[in-house]
Design a protein around this ligand. Sequence first.
Ligand SMILES: Cc1cc2nc3c(=O)[nH]c(=O)nc-3n(C[C@H](O)[C@H](O)[C@H](O)COP(=O)(O)OP(=O)(O)OC[C@H]3O[C@@H](n4cnc5c(N)ncnc54)[C@H](O)[C@@H]3O)c2cc1C
Length: 388
Amino acid sequence: MSFSALDFRAVHLPPSVGQLRQEVRAFLAAERAAGTVLGRPDSWLTGWDPEFSRRLAQRGWVGMTLPRAYGGGGRSTLERHVVLEELLAAGAPVSAHWVADRQAGPTILRHGTEAQRNRFLPRIAAGTCFFSIGMSEKESGSDLASVRTRAERTADGWRLTGTKMWTGGAHVNDHAIVLARTEDAADRHAGLSQFLVDLRDPRVHVEPIRLLSGEHTFNSCRLDGVELADDALLGRPGEGWQQVTGELALERGGPERFLSTLPLLTALVAEVRRAGGGGPEQEARVGRLTARLASLRQLSLGVAAASAAGRPADVQAALVKDLGTRFEGDLVNEVREILPTAARSDATPGSFPELLATAILHAPGYTLRGGTNEILRGIITRGLELSR
Ligand SMILES: Cc1cc2nc3c(=O)[nH]c(=O)nc-3n(C[C@H](O)[C@H](O)[C@H](O)COP(=O)(O)OP(=O)(O)OC[C@H]3O[C@@H](n4cnc5c(N)ncnc54)[C@H](O)[C@@H]3O)c2cc1C
Protein backbone atom coordinates (compact mmCIF):
# COMPACT_ATOMS: atom_id res chain seq x y z
CA MET A 1 0.00 0.00 0.00
CA SER A 2 1.29 3.46 -0.87
CA PHE A 3 0.62 6.34 1.52
CA SER A 4 1.10 9.23 -0.88
CA ALA A 5 -2.07 10.86 0.52
CA LEU A 6 -0.07 11.30 3.71
CA ASP A 7 3.00 12.68 2.01
CA PHE A 8 4.63 14.74 4.78
CA ARG A 9 8.16 15.83 3.93
CA ALA A 10 10.73 17.27 6.31
CA VAL A 11 10.70 21.04 6.00
CA HIS A 12 13.81 23.17 6.35
CA LEU A 13 12.87 26.79 6.80
CA PRO A 14 15.01 29.22 4.77
CA PRO A 15 17.40 31.41 6.80
CA SER A 16 15.43 34.57 5.85
CA VAL A 17 12.57 33.25 7.96
CA GLY A 18 14.65 33.46 11.16
CA GLN A 19 15.05 37.22 10.69
CA LEU A 20 11.31 37.58 9.99
CA ARG A 21 10.47 35.63 13.15
CA GLN A 22 12.64 37.96 15.22
CA GLU A 23 10.91 41.00 13.68
CA VAL A 24 7.47 39.62 14.56
CA ARG A 25 8.60 38.79 18.10
CA ALA A 26 9.96 42.33 18.58
CA PHE A 27 6.68 43.79 17.30
CA LEU A 28 4.69 41.54 19.64
CA ALA A 29 6.88 42.42 22.61
CA ALA A 30 6.15 46.12 22.02
CA GLU A 31 2.42 45.40 21.64
CA ARG A 32 2.47 43.30 24.83
CA ALA A 33 4.12 46.16 26.67
CA ALA A 34 1.39 48.48 25.37
CA GLY A 35 -1.28 46.08 26.71
CA THR A 36 -2.76 45.09 23.35
CA VAL A 37 -1.54 41.46 23.41
CA LEU A 38 -2.80 39.54 26.42
CA GLY A 39 -1.78 36.00 25.49
CA ARG A 40 -5.36 34.82 25.12
CA PRO A 41 -6.38 31.34 23.93
CA ASP A 42 -8.46 31.26 20.74
CA SER A 43 -7.40 34.79 19.82
CA TRP A 44 -7.92 34.10 16.13
CA LEU A 45 -11.63 33.51 16.81
CA THR A 46 -12.41 36.12 19.47
CA GLY A 47 -9.53 38.61 19.47
CA TRP A 48 -11.27 41.38 17.55
CA ASP A 49 -9.01 44.44 17.25
CA PRO A 50 -9.13 46.18 13.83
CA GLU A 51 -6.43 48.65 14.86
CA PHE A 52 -4.08 45.77 15.69
CA SER A 53 -4.88 44.24 12.27
CA ARG A 54 -4.02 47.56 10.59
CA ARG A 55 -0.72 47.82 12.44
CA LEU A 56 0.14 44.28 11.34
CA ALA A 57 -0.81 45.18 7.76
CA GLN A 58 1.48 48.23 7.88
CA ARG A 59 4.33 45.80 8.61
CA GLY A 60 3.28 43.74 5.58
CA TRP A 61 1.96 40.82 7.66
CA VAL A 62 -1.60 40.73 6.28
CA GLY A 63 -2.18 39.49 2.74
CA MET A 64 1.48 38.43 2.72
CA THR A 65 1.12 35.92 -0.13
CA LEU A 66 -1.13 38.09 -2.32
CA PRO A 67 0.67 39.50 -5.37
CA ARG A 68 2.22 42.95 -5.02
CA ALA A 69 0.12 44.11 -7.99
CA TYR A 70 -2.93 43.86 -5.71
CA GLY A 71 -1.31 45.44 -2.67
CA GLY A 72 -0.11 42.14 -1.19
CA GLY A 73 3.35 41.24 0.01
CA GLY A 74 4.28 38.75 -2.72
CA ARG A 75 5.88 36.60 -0.02
CA SER A 76 6.00 32.83 0.40
CA THR A 77 3.55 30.50 2.14
CA LEU A 78 6.29 29.47 4.60
CA GLU A 79 7.02 33.10 5.52
CA ARG A 80 3.33 33.63 6.20
CA HIS A 81 3.25 30.41 8.22
CA VAL A 82 6.02 31.70 10.49
CA VAL A 83 4.17 34.97 11.11
CA LEU A 84 0.98 33.05 11.97
CA GLU A 85 2.84 30.79 14.39
CA GLU A 86 4.20 33.78 16.28
CA LEU A 87 0.85 35.60 16.39
CA LEU A 88 -1.00 32.53 17.63
CA ALA A 89 1.63 31.53 20.17
CA ALA A 90 1.46 35.06 21.57
CA GLY A 91 -2.35 34.95 21.71
CA ALA A 92 -2.49 38.18 19.68
CA PRO A 93 -5.89 39.68 18.73
CA VAL A 94 -6.00 38.68 15.06
CA SER A 95 -9.62 37.70 14.49
CA ALA A 96 -10.62 40.86 12.58
CA HIS A 97 -8.53 40.07 9.50
CA TRP A 98 -8.16 36.27 9.99
CA VAL A 99 -10.74 35.02 7.48
CA ALA A 100 -9.99 37.75 4.93
CA ASP A 101 -6.28 36.89 5.07
CA ARG A 102 -6.64 33.09 5.23
CA GLN A 103 -9.32 32.37 2.69
CA ALA A 104 -11.33 35.29 1.26
CA GLY A 105 -8.28 36.97 -0.28
CA PRO A 106 -6.83 33.81 -1.86
CA THR A 107 -10.32 32.76 -3.05
CA ILE A 108 -10.96 36.14 -4.71
CA LEU A 109 -7.48 36.02 -6.25
CA ARG A 110 -8.18 32.57 -7.67
CA HIS A 111 -11.78 32.92 -8.84
CA GLY A 112 -12.52 36.66 -8.92
CA THR A 113 -12.68 38.94 -11.91
CA GLU A 114 -10.00 41.58 -12.37
CA ALA A 115 -12.47 44.19 -11.07
CA GLN A 116 -13.21 42.09 -7.95
CA ARG A 117 -9.50 41.59 -7.29
CA ASN A 118 -8.84 45.31 -7.59
CA ARG A 119 -11.80 46.14 -5.41
CA PHE A 120 -11.08 43.80 -2.49
CA LEU A 121 -7.47 42.62 -2.39
CA PRO A 122 -5.69 45.94 -1.70
CA ARG A 123 -8.06 46.64 1.20
CA ILE A 124 -7.66 43.10 2.58
CA ALA A 125 -3.87 43.52 2.51
CA ALA A 126 -4.21 46.93 4.18
CA GLY A 127 -6.18 45.35 7.04
CA THR A 128 -9.22 47.52 6.30
CA CYS A 129 -11.63 45.00 4.76
CA PHE A 130 -12.82 42.07 6.85
CA PHE A 131 -14.70 38.96 5.72
CA SER A 132 -17.03 36.30 7.15
CA ILE A 133 -17.65 32.73 5.96
CA GLY A 134 -21.23 32.22 4.77
CA MET A 135 -21.33 28.45 4.39
CA SER A 136 -23.21 26.68 7.21
CA GLU A 137 -26.99 26.60 7.70
CA LYS A 138 -29.24 25.02 10.31
CA GLU A 139 -29.42 21.60 8.63
CA SER A 140 -26.37 22.07 6.47
CA GLY A 141 -23.12 21.95 8.39
CA SER A 142 -21.36 18.68 7.67
CA ASP A 143 -23.70 18.15 4.71
CA LEU A 144 -22.84 21.47 3.12
CA ALA A 145 -24.14 20.55 -0.34
CA SER A 146 -27.68 20.59 1.10
CA VAL A 147 -27.68 24.41 1.62
CA ARG A 148 -31.11 25.93 1.09
CA THR A 149 -30.09 29.55 0.61
CA ARG A 150 -31.06 30.39 -2.97
CA ALA A 151 -29.91 33.02 -5.42
CA GLU A 152 -32.43 33.72 -8.17
CA ARG A 153 -31.65 35.51 -11.40
CA THR A 154 -33.17 39.02 -11.68
CA ALA A 155 -33.10 41.47 -14.60
CA ASP A 156 -29.77 42.95 -13.53
CA GLY A 157 -28.30 40.50 -11.03
CA TRP A 158 -29.36 38.08 -8.31
CA ARG A 159 -31.76 37.96 -5.34
CA LEU A 160 -30.45 36.05 -2.31
CA THR A 161 -32.76 34.43 0.25
CA GLY A 162 -31.99 32.09 3.16
CA THR A 163 -30.43 31.91 6.61
CA LYS A 164 -26.77 31.25 7.34
CA MET A 165 -25.71 29.98 10.79
CA TRP A 166 -22.59 30.32 12.90
CA THR A 167 -21.43 33.21 10.75
CA GLY A 168 -18.35 34.38 12.67
CA GLY A 169 -17.94 38.16 12.80
CA ALA A 170 -20.99 38.99 10.63
CA HIS A 171 -21.90 41.75 13.12
CA VAL A 172 -18.55 43.50 12.68
CA ASN A 173 -17.15 42.42 9.30
CA ASP A 174 -17.68 44.10 5.96
CA HIS A 175 -18.47 41.23 3.60
CA ALA A 176 -19.22 37.51 3.50
CA ILE A 177 -18.64 34.94 0.79
CA VAL A 178 -21.99 33.18 0.70
CA LEU A 179 -22.65 29.73 -0.78
CA ALA A 180 -26.10 29.50 -2.39
CA ARG A 181 -28.04 27.26 -4.71
CA THR A 182 -28.53 28.86 -8.13
CA GLU A 183 -29.93 25.84 -9.93
CA ASP A 184 -31.63 22.56 -8.99
CA ALA A 185 -29.57 19.64 -10.21
CA ALA A 186 -29.71 15.86 -9.92
CA ASP A 187 -26.14 15.99 -8.63
CA ARG A 188 -26.35 18.02 -5.38
CA HIS A 189 -22.81 19.25 -5.88
CA ALA A 190 -23.80 20.98 -9.10
CA GLY A 191 -25.89 24.16 -9.24
CA LEU A 192 -24.19 25.94 -6.32
CA SER A 193 -22.50 29.34 -6.59
CA GLN A 194 -20.61 31.78 -4.37
CA PHE A 195 -21.46 35.45 -3.87
CA LEU A 196 -19.70 38.45 -2.37
CA VAL A 197 -22.28 39.94 0.01
CA ASP A 198 -22.14 43.31 1.77
CA LEU A 199 -22.98 42.56 5.41
CA ARG A 200 -24.22 46.15 5.93
CA ASP A 201 -27.01 45.67 3.36
CA PRO A 202 -30.35 46.48 5.09
CA ARG A 203 -31.75 43.13 3.93
CA VAL A 204 -29.05 41.22 5.84
CA HIS A 205 -30.39 40.62 9.37
CA VAL A 206 -27.68 39.58 11.82
CA GLU A 207 -28.63 38.03 15.19
CA PRO A 208 -26.09 37.00 17.83
CA ILE A 209 -25.48 33.36 18.82
CA ARG A 210 -23.51 33.55 22.05
CA LEU A 211 -20.69 31.23 23.08
CA LEU A 212 -20.94 29.41 26.43
CA SER A 213 -18.78 32.24 27.81
CA GLY A 214 -21.43 34.78 26.77
CA GLU A 215 -19.09 36.27 24.14
CA HIS A 216 -20.65 37.42 20.90
CA THR A 217 -18.49 36.19 18.05
CA PHE A 218 -20.91 34.46 15.75
CA ASN A 219 -24.42 34.90 14.44
CA SER A 220 -27.33 33.74 12.43
CA CYS A 221 -27.56 35.77 9.27
CA ARG A 222 -30.97 36.07 7.54
CA LEU A 223 -30.69 37.07 3.90
CA ASP A 224 -34.10 38.54 3.21
CA GLY A 225 -34.17 38.92 -0.58
CA VAL A 226 -30.81 40.69 -0.78
CA GLU A 227 -30.51 42.32 -4.22
CA LEU A 228 -27.08 41.66 -5.70
CA ALA A 229 -25.55 43.16 -8.83
CA ASP A 230 -24.15 40.81 -11.46
CA ASP A 231 -20.62 41.42 -10.26
CA ALA A 232 -21.40 39.96 -6.82
CA LEU A 233 -21.07 36.48 -8.34
CA LEU A 234 -17.66 35.04 -7.42
CA GLY A 235 -16.31 32.62 -10.00
CA ARG A 236 -18.52 30.71 -12.38
CA PRO A 237 -22.20 30.00 -11.75
CA GLY A 238 -22.73 26.36 -10.78
CA GLU A 239 -19.11 25.83 -9.75
CA GLY A 240 -19.56 26.88 -6.12
CA TRP A 241 -18.90 23.37 -4.81
CA GLN A 242 -15.43 23.12 -6.35
CA GLN A 243 -14.67 26.65 -5.17
CA VAL A 244 -15.90 26.07 -1.63
CA THR A 245 -13.88 22.85 -1.38
CA GLY A 246 -10.75 24.80 -2.25
CA GLU A 247 -11.67 27.38 0.37
CA LEU A 248 -12.09 24.67 3.02
CA ALA A 249 -8.61 23.36 2.23
CA LEU A 250 -7.24 26.82 3.08
CA GLU A 251 -9.33 26.77 6.26
CA ARG A 252 -8.09 23.46 7.64
CA GLY A 253 -4.34 23.03 7.42
CA GLY A 254 -3.04 26.12 9.22
CA PRO A 255 -1.37 26.44 12.62
CA GLU A 256 -4.57 27.77 14.22
CA ARG A 257 -5.73 24.14 14.23
CA PHE A 258 -3.30 23.19 16.98
CA LEU A 259 -2.10 26.45 18.53
CA SER A 260 -5.45 27.87 19.77
CA THR A 261 -4.73 26.87 23.37
CA LEU A 262 -0.93 27.21 23.40
CA PRO A 263 -1.11 30.56 25.30
CA LEU A 264 -2.68 28.62 28.17
CA LEU A 265 0.35 26.30 28.34
CA THR A 266 2.67 29.32 28.32
CA ALA A 267 0.61 30.89 31.13
CA LEU A 268 0.74 27.62 33.08
CA VAL A 269 4.53 27.45 32.88
CA ALA A 270 4.78 31.09 34.04
CA GLU A 271 2.37 30.39 36.89
CA VAL A 272 4.30 27.30 38.04
CA ARG A 273 7.58 29.27 37.90
CA ARG A 274 6.02 32.07 39.97
CA ALA A 275 5.07 29.47 42.57
CA GLY A 276 8.72 28.38 42.84
CA GLY A 277 8.96 25.74 40.09
CA GLY A 278 7.29 22.45 39.30
CA GLY A 279 7.82 18.91 40.54
CA PRO A 280 8.93 16.03 38.27
CA GLU A 281 5.36 14.97 37.52
CA GLN A 282 4.38 18.49 36.42
CA GLU A 283 7.54 18.79 34.33
CA ALA A 284 6.95 15.42 32.65
CA ARG A 285 3.38 16.33 31.73
CA VAL A 286 4.42 19.69 30.27
CA GLY A 287 7.19 17.84 28.41
CA ARG A 288 4.73 15.38 26.89
CA LEU A 289 2.47 18.24 25.70
CA THR A 290 5.46 20.04 24.22
CA ALA A 291 6.56 16.89 22.38
CA ARG A 292 3.10 16.51 20.83
CA LEU A 293 3.20 20.17 19.87
CA ALA A 294 6.58 19.74 18.16
CA SER A 295 5.26 16.84 16.03
CA LEU A 296 2.10 18.73 15.09
CA ARG A 297 4.21 21.71 14.10
CA GLN A 298 6.29 19.58 11.72
CA LEU A 299 3.14 18.10 10.17
CA SER A 300 1.58 21.54 9.72
CA LEU A 301 4.78 22.89 8.16
CA GLY A 302 4.57 19.90 5.80
CA VAL A 303 1.10 21.04 4.70
CA ALA A 304 2.35 24.60 4.14
CA ALA A 305 5.34 23.33 2.15
CA ALA A 306 3.16 21.03 0.03
CA SER A 307 0.75 23.90 -0.78
CA ALA A 308 3.69 26.16 -1.61
CA ALA A 309 5.04 23.51 -4.01
CA GLY A 310 1.61 23.04 -5.61
CA ARG A 311 1.28 19.46 -4.32
CA PRO A 312 -2.16 18.30 -3.08
CA ALA A 313 -2.45 18.73 0.69
CA ASP A 314 -6.17 18.34 1.49
CA VAL A 315 -5.80 14.93 3.17
CA GLN A 316 -2.72 16.01 5.12
CA ALA A 317 -4.57 19.17 6.22
CA ALA A 318 -7.51 17.05 7.45
CA LEU A 319 -5.10 14.89 9.45
CA VAL A 320 -3.40 17.92 11.02
CA LYS A 321 -6.79 19.37 11.95
CA ASP A 322 -8.02 16.11 13.50
CA LEU A 323 -4.83 15.55 15.53
CA GLY A 324 -4.35 19.26 16.23
CA THR A 325 -7.83 20.12 17.50
CA ARG A 326 -7.80 17.04 19.76
CA PHE A 327 -4.48 18.27 21.13
CA GLU A 328 -6.04 21.70 21.81
CA GLY A 329 -8.72 20.12 24.01
CA ASP A 330 -6.31 17.67 25.67
CA LEU A 331 -4.03 20.56 26.55
CA VAL A 332 -6.83 22.30 28.48
CA ASN A 333 -7.63 19.12 30.44
CA GLU A 334 -3.94 18.52 31.21
CA VAL A 335 -3.45 22.09 32.39
CA ARG A 336 -6.40 21.71 34.77
CA GLU A 337 -4.76 18.64 36.27
CA ILE A 338 -1.18 19.96 36.30
CA LEU A 339 -2.17 23.05 38.27
CA PRO A 340 -5.66 22.70 39.76
CA THR A 341 -7.07 26.22 39.73
CA ALA A 342 -10.58 27.65 39.98
CA ALA A 343 -11.34 28.89 36.44
CA ARG A 344 -13.02 32.30 36.61
CA SER A 345 -14.36 34.31 33.69
CA ASP A 346 -14.64 37.37 35.93
CA ALA A 347 -10.97 37.31 37.00
CA THR A 348 -8.54 39.97 35.67
CA PRO A 349 -8.31 39.68 31.86
CA GLY A 350 -5.12 37.82 30.97
CA SER A 351 -4.76 36.27 34.45
CA PHE A 352 -4.34 32.48 34.67
CA PRO A 353 -7.86 31.76 36.08
CA GLU A 354 -9.45 33.91 33.37
CA LEU A 355 -7.42 32.34 30.54
CA LEU A 356 -8.31 28.89 31.88
CA ALA A 357 -12.02 29.78 31.93
CA THR A 358 -11.83 31.04 28.34
CA ALA A 359 -10.10 27.89 27.10
CA ILE A 360 -12.59 25.61 28.89
CA LEU A 361 -15.65 27.48 27.63
CA HIS A 362 -14.35 27.55 24.04
CA ALA A 363 -13.34 23.87 24.06
CA PRO A 364 -16.54 22.39 22.57
CA GLY A 365 -15.85 24.29 19.34
CA TYR A 366 -12.27 23.13 18.72
CA THR A 367 -13.17 19.88 16.97
CA LEU A 368 -16.34 21.24 15.32
CA ARG A 369 -15.41 24.45 13.51
CA GLY A 370 -14.16 24.20 9.95
CA GLY A 371 -15.64 20.69 9.62
CA THR A 372 -16.01 18.15 12.42
CA ASN A 373 -13.37 15.53 13.13
CA GLU A 374 -15.72 12.74 12.06
CA ILE A 375 -16.03 14.36 8.63
CA LEU A 376 -12.27 14.89 8.45
CA ARG A 377 -11.63 11.23 9.22
CA GLY A 378 -13.90 10.37 6.30
CA ILE A 379 -11.71 12.57 4.07
CA ILE A 380 -8.54 10.90 5.42
CA THR A 381 -9.98 7.42 4.86
CA ARG A 382 -11.02 8.23 1.29
CA GLY A 383 -7.59 9.74 0.63
CA LEU A 384 -5.89 6.58 1.84
CA GLU A 385 -8.22 4.38 -0.20
CA LEU A 386 -7.42 6.37 -3.34
CA SER A 387 -3.71 6.03 -2.61
CA ARG A 388 -3.80 2.26 -2.56
C1 LIG B 1 -16.74 28.03 16.93
C2 LIG B 1 -17.39 27.77 15.59
C3 LIG B 1 -17.27 28.73 14.58
C4 LIG B 1 -17.90 28.53 13.34
N1 LIG B 1 -17.80 29.50 12.39
C5 LIG B 1 -18.45 29.34 11.22
C6 LIG B 1 -18.45 30.40 10.24
O1 LIG B 1 -17.88 31.48 10.46
N2 LIG B 1 -19.13 30.22 9.08
C7 LIG B 1 -19.76 29.06 8.79
O2 LIG B 1 -20.31 28.94 7.70
N3 LIG B 1 -19.80 28.04 9.70
C8 LIG B 1 -19.17 28.17 10.91
N4 LIG B 1 -19.21 27.15 11.84
C9 LIG B 1 -20.02 25.97 11.56
C10 LIG B 1 -19.23 24.66 11.42
O3 LIG B 1 -18.61 24.60 10.17
C11 LIG B 1 -20.25 23.53 11.65
O4 LIG B 1 -20.61 23.57 13.02
C12 LIG B 1 -19.68 22.16 11.33
O5 LIG B 1 -19.42 22.04 9.96
C13 LIG B 1 -20.67 21.05 11.78
O6 LIG B 1 -21.94 21.27 11.28
P1 LIG B 1 -23.21 21.23 12.25
O7 LIG B 1 -22.94 22.11 13.42
O8 LIG B 1 -24.41 21.51 11.44
O9 LIG B 1 -23.26 19.75 12.82
P2 LIG B 1 -23.86 18.47 12.08
O10 LIG B 1 -23.40 18.44 10.66
O11 LIG B 1 -25.33 18.42 12.33
O12 LIG B 1 -23.15 17.29 12.84
C14 LIG B 1 -23.59 16.86 14.14
C15 LIG B 1 -22.72 15.69 14.55
O13 LIG B 1 -22.92 14.59 13.63
C16 LIG B 1 -21.68 14.18 13.09
N5 LIG B 1 -21.85 13.81 11.68
C17 LIG B 1 -22.54 14.52 10.73
N6 LIG B 1 -22.44 13.89 9.53
C18 LIG B 1 -21.66 12.81 9.73
C19 LIG B 1 -21.17 11.78 8.88
N7 LIG B 1 -21.46 11.76 7.57
N8 LIG B 1 -20.38 10.81 9.41
C20 LIG B 1 -20.05 10.83 10.73
N9 LIG B 1 -20.50 11.77 11.60
C21 LIG B 1 -21.27 12.75 11.10
C22 LIG B 1 -20.77 15.38 13.21
O14 LIG B 1 -19.41 15.01 13.22
C23 LIG B 1 -21.22 16.00 14.51
O15 LIG B 1 -20.58 15.37 15.59
C24 LIG B 1 -18.62 27.33 13.10
C25 LIG B 1 -18.74 26.37 14.12
C26 LIG B 1 -18.16 26.58 15.35
C27 LIG B 1 -18.33 25.55 16.44
